[in-house]
Design a protein around this ligand. Structure first.
Ligand code: GLN
Length: 298
């Protein structure tokens, strides 16, 4: 089936094109075709998804149809919906997303909320210094600076492309710009010993051999640099744990995401310097994150 939708000289309504778009997406076996079609049409109309029914009877132009057809052909080729929309939400805020950065996942929201609980429970000083390692879109760093208005921190990535997108997202939230910095670094290499109170990270943690088995949206479109955790998947987490032992202050916290089935292996990597505050599961019941405290240094 072709992805082209025509306006029939302006005779079609928003509701008509939504129905056509659903049929096109379904014929390409796109899951949640209706949800995808609604979000794409809402984006083109510049209205929120929930207000779409108010526009159902509006007539649409040929230009609108051409833009929608282009979006549909991208989606039918399994490009993630989020890249086509150019924007996605994390917690209660939106960020720009584009090829070159990982799309925000709901599991990562849970990791962040666990970090908030630990920061409050462990009485970290209000004006703490944090780093978000592998910031990608910038979501974790932006959330940290937003939820803790006296904290300052660094949004760190090795990829220039990711740093450019994170910069565009920081610019959307001017109230945190003076307390956040973009830093290009290979994990924590750029940081001095005893310089951070909090490290938060959603590092690449997928076993190199498993990356190619991920769904086409992920393997063909999301950056492998953000996903591939090397042979076994824990190469970067192991490196981060070693670096964090030096860079964190005594009683500092290190919160990081990982994959299901990795908990036991990560426990084996922990030296006696680490106190496990929490080993968290996500909403699906999968092993998902660690909250660690760095004990007194030798
Ligand atoms: N910090 C970003 C996120 O959590 C990117 C993570 C990454 O690139 N591995 O989505």
């Amino acid at each position: 089936m072709s992805c082209n939708i025509s306006s029939n000289n302006g005779s079609k309504t928003v509701k008509d094109v939504i129905n056509e778009a659903v049929a096109i997406l379904e014929s390409s076996n796109i899951e949640d075709a209706k949800h995808n079609a609604n979000l794409l049409v809402a984006r083109l109309l510049g209205v929120s998804y929930t207000r779409l029914p108010i526009c159902w009877a509006e007539r649409i132009s040929e230009d609108f149809c051409q833009k929608l057809s282009l979006m549909l052909s991208r989606r039918c080729a399994n490009e993630p919906l989020q890249y086509i929309l150019g924007e996605w939400s994390f917690l209660d805020f939106d960020v720009n997303v584009a090829p070159g950065v990982l799309i925000p996942r709901p599991e990562t929201e849970e990791v962040f909320l666990a970090a908030v609980d630990a920061i409050k429970a462990y009485k970290i000083p209000e004006n703490f210094h944090f780093a978000d390692i592998g910031t990608g879109t910038g979501i974790l760093g932006i959330a940290m600076a937003t939820y803790f208005p006296k904290a300052d921190g660094c949004l760190v990535d090795i990829s220039d492309n990711a740093l450019a997108i994170a910069k565009s997202n920081l610019e959307r939230y001017p109230e945190i710009i003076s307390r956040t910095k973009l830093v290009k670094s290979d994990l924590l290499e750029a940081f001095s010993p005893d310089s951070l109170d909090i490290i938060i990270s959603n590092p690449p943690y997928i076993d190199s051999d498993e990356v190619k088995t991920l769904m086409p949206e992920v393997v063909n479109h999301e950056p492998h640099l953000a996903l591939d955790g090397g042979p076994g998947g824990l190469v970067l987490i192991d490196k981060l744990l070693k670096q964090a032992e030096s860079v964190l202050k005594t009683n500092g916290l290190f919160i990081f995401e990982h994959g299901h089935g990795q908990r036991k292996e990560i426990e084996k990597l922990l030296t006696a310097s680490w106190n496990i505050i929490k080993e968290g599961n996500d909403f699906a019941g999968n092993e998902r994150y660690f909250v660690l405290e760095l004990l007194k240094k030798n």
